[in-house]
Design a protein around this ligand. Structure first.
Ligand code: PEP
Length: 257
């Protein structure tokens, strides 16, 4: 059965002391049952020490970004091989905050996805429409473009080595969540786009939802047949909420299409 996945994106929050407490509470409370994989994405400076603390534990580690380049004169950048070297398994690519604030175009995102794959990291490709795009009725065409740019760059077999996260931009950090039907419709559309390249890959690829996921809306989203887990921002900074979201997925039977 396809494994479900919950990833916590800590964004640019925390310090050594608060991270330590957060991690401790997470590791104590996390049960990790029911075919669920859990990972956290702390800020860069804390990755190496958290990697050490996670050794032998079931919680995986991811980074929030990477450089498309392998090495060299790119001041301030972090490469895929460095992330691999310190024990990361996942890396977010194309998070909407990177796209909106740091110029990550679809092409740059595709290059970052390729850089992650080349180092055997699991890229978590974030896609999502803005509220203006949703109101203009172009959500599906925006999704098609964001996903096919990556497929055309890396090939469908390499897309299958990653994870896709559908994150409507208007739902990120706003407290507004896509309804289960809205999220399911986009997840289904993404699977159809991927299915036009390879149906088996479309069925098996993990497509997770992100955007103001909370303990009280998680279950309704996780019952949707095409939602394989969650990417959690704000609520991942509160151990009780993050654990409750993980528990919600393990106790929610997968819906049927
Ligand atoms: C995110 O940053 O990926 C995210 C989904 O944030 P939030 O849960 O706070 O909306």
């Amino acid at each position: 059965m396809k494994q479900r996945l919950v990833i916590g994106n800590w964004k640019m929050n925390g310090d050594q002391q608060t991270n330590e407490m957060l991690l401790k509470d997470l590791l104590v409370g996390m049960t990790n049952g029911g075919n669920l994989e859990v990972a956290i994405c702390p800020p860069f400076p804390y990755l190496a020490s958290i990697a050490t603390q996670l050794q032998g534990r079931t919680v995986g580690l991811g980074a929030q970004n990477l450089s498309p380049a392998t090495h060299g004169a790119f001041t301030g950048e972090v490469s895929a091989s460095m992330l691999r070297d310190i024990g990361c398994r996942y890396v977010l690519v194309g998070h909407s905050e990177r796209r909106a604030l740091f110029g990550d175009t679809d092409d740059v995102v595709a290059q970052k996805f390729a850089a992650a794959i080349a180092q055997e990291l699991v890229p978590v490709l974030c896609v999502g429409e803005t509220m203006d795009e949703r109101r203009a009725g172009i959500t599906t065409s925006v999704m098609t473009k964001q996903i096919t740019t990556v497929i055309k760059h890396v090939g469908i077999e390499n897309l299958a080595r990653g994870v896709v996260a559908y994150e409507p931009v208007w739902a990120i950090g706003t407290g507004e969540t896509a309804s289960p039907d809205q999220a399911q419709a986009v997840h289904r559309h993404l699977r159809e786009v991927i299915g036009a390249f390879d149906e088996r890959i479309a069925r098996n690829l993990q497509i997770i939802y992100g955007g103001s996921l909370k303990p009280d809306n998680a279950q309704a989203l996780f019952t949707q047949p095409d939602i394989d887990g969650g990417l959690v921002g704000g609520a991942s900074l509160d151990p009780a909420s993050f654990i409750a979201i993980c528990d919600a997925i393990t106790t929610t039977p997968r819906g049927t299409a």
